[in-house]
Design a protein around this ligand. Sequence first.
Ligand SMILES: Cc1cc2nc3c(=O)[nH]c(=O)nc-3n(C[C@H](O)[C@H](O)[C@H](O)COP(=O)(O)OP(=O)(O)OC[C@H]3O[C@@H](n4cnc5c(N)ncnc54)[C@H](O)[C@@H]3O)c2cc1C
Length: 637
Amino acid sequence: MVQWTPNTDTDLPSCPSSPPSPDALNKLLFPTNRELREKLFDLLKEPLFRRRTDISVRQHRELTTARIKRLHQEGVFRNTIALQKPEGSRRYDNVIAVLTLLDHSLEVKLGVSFGLFGATVHKLGSKQQRDFWIPRLENFEAFGCFALTELGHGSNVRGIETRATYLPETRQFEIHTPNETAQKYWIGGAADSATHSVVFAKLTIRGIDYGIHVFIVRLRRPDGTIEPGIRIADCGEKAGLNGVDNGRIWFTHVRIPREDMLSGLSQVAPDGTYSSSIPSANARFGVMLAALTGGRVGIASNAIGTAMLGLTIAIRYSFQRRAFAPSEGSLEVPLLFYTSQQRQLMIPLATSFVYGFCARDLSDDWYRAIESGSVSKRTHVVSAGYKALFTWFMQDALQAAREACGGQGYKSDNVIAPLKADRDVMLTFEGANTVMMLQVGKTLLAEFGSATRNSGRYDENSILSALNAIPRKSGSTKQLDSAFFRSTFLRLEKEQVVALGNQYSKALKKRGGSEFHAWNDCLEQAEKAARAHMCRVIHETFECHVKKAYEIDEHSADALGLCGQLWGANSIQQNADFLRLRCISINDATVIAGGVGDLCEKMTAIAKHLVEGIGIPQHLLAPIAVNYVKHNSRARL
Ligand SMILES: Cc1cc2nc3c(=O)[nH]c(=O)nc-3n(C[C@H](O)[C@H](O)[C@H](O)COP(=O)(O)OP(=O)(O)OC[C@H]3O[C@@H](n4cnc5c(N)ncnc54)[C@H](O)[C@@H]3O)c2cc1C
């Protein structure tokens, strides 16, 4: 466990007599693969893994490749994806959760090959294809990329134009880029390194369009030369993530064998006869994109790890750094003395704990989905919602952490500022955040429609079934207890979903029955409904974790309870709709406003234990998190 003693100060809120145990908190946060995590943390002490912000794009790419080789040499990836079982995925996710603390490029480059290429083959490939490809990825005999996005179509995946035409006479598919907007764009690993790609293309057989299917295409030969008919260009320097070689790909009548269409669900017989175990083209389309759900689960989780890293640095600095004294000649006070600094850092710290447990819960759901082979509506909705909310939160938390460190926060070697630039893309790739929230909103609208046709009652299996029995205002605002939050969040969710349903019906009439235009009139309300739904889901999920924590360590559970209260109170305070839609009274609002400050003070009193519980070792932090004066001493200039 990482031991850390901040400069204790009588000016700071005093620590309770029974603070949470960092060790217990760490075990609650990271219950599995603990030995592997420790081994990796040790490995990352090697000079090869020293943080670098002073290198060119080319050097960053080479460094990323060298680091992957070193990790592979140490057997870090053994028994991860090749197991094709939940324990392998869990192991892999633990590896990534550690690597993400060092370098986003390292995590993404691996994620594209293992998580996107690998997961697509796992989900859509036949047994033979899975058994051939997945061990080869784990052993780095092949390095995969994921070619879905095109210049003309990103969020609108259905619009992609790349063609895969079956040629019965040669028993081959011909992959072709028909125009400039169909060039594959942003493809991670394509510019320099990937040997193969899963390519998403519209399948045509004898002039009939069967919709999007996935094909394995070799991009490079073992000597690195690009296959004939394939043209690749580099996407060039980006705002961050420069260790990943994103590329653009054009295919000119590239022939591949019939066997290289992923054929677990749909097949093309040698004579060109098409068959699929999923007859509906719509349902097939959803399944084709299954790997993206797994990607979103990982992004949600890693966003919280990143936020925790930035907050750990800022909080440790805020304990050491002093500014202003209460009287002339007396000692200046540490930054965390200031209630504004407490608010700026304690609200995101509490939120990161709440979201961290929720992200883990989602990963567990995802492992179950992998095993059962089917992804539930709940998992789909929650992964989209968490991906958006947690990455938005991550950027806000990093900004708060950056500002909390003043000028030092702006220095690259203090980690937070480059972290922010590097991770920004997480708000866009694998589904732009707004589009993700609208997907949640659209599902809520559909559930509302079904309930309306069923005398207003939601089906037992509906993700909105909790709205069937909303408790009257319960619990105590003063105590900010769980019952109060539950009833308040449920009431807002109900109001926002009903408002969405009503607004949509009116818009439909106004727009002469055009669903497309009516939906566009409701986007703001759809996002509000999605946020309200996710807020209730997060509260419900986190409460279960707090209850379980009481069986393990009472003081840690108390600390988690405090995090939940601060997150909940702040969520209400930040959203005027709670008051506007009468989910709380003016009196409640006043109590909550005062409560947030008190909770921030209580959090500050145990902040050291919480940060220690996150457990990021010193060599992965920033100099200002350790001793900013020593780091800047003359000898080091
Ligand atoms: C660094 C990087 C790496 C990437 N790696 C890969 C990769 O390896 N493989 C791959 O296939 N792709 C990759 N992508 C592509 C990425 O997934 C897309 O950029 C993303 O899906 C968004 O698509 P777009 O860029 O075309 O944006 P657009 O779809 O043009 O969206 C732009 C804006 O319009 C809004 N918008 C779009 N549609 C709607 C709508 N219906 N309703 C409301 N608002 C809407 C969005 O919210 C967004 O704010 C990568 C992207 C980047 C930047």
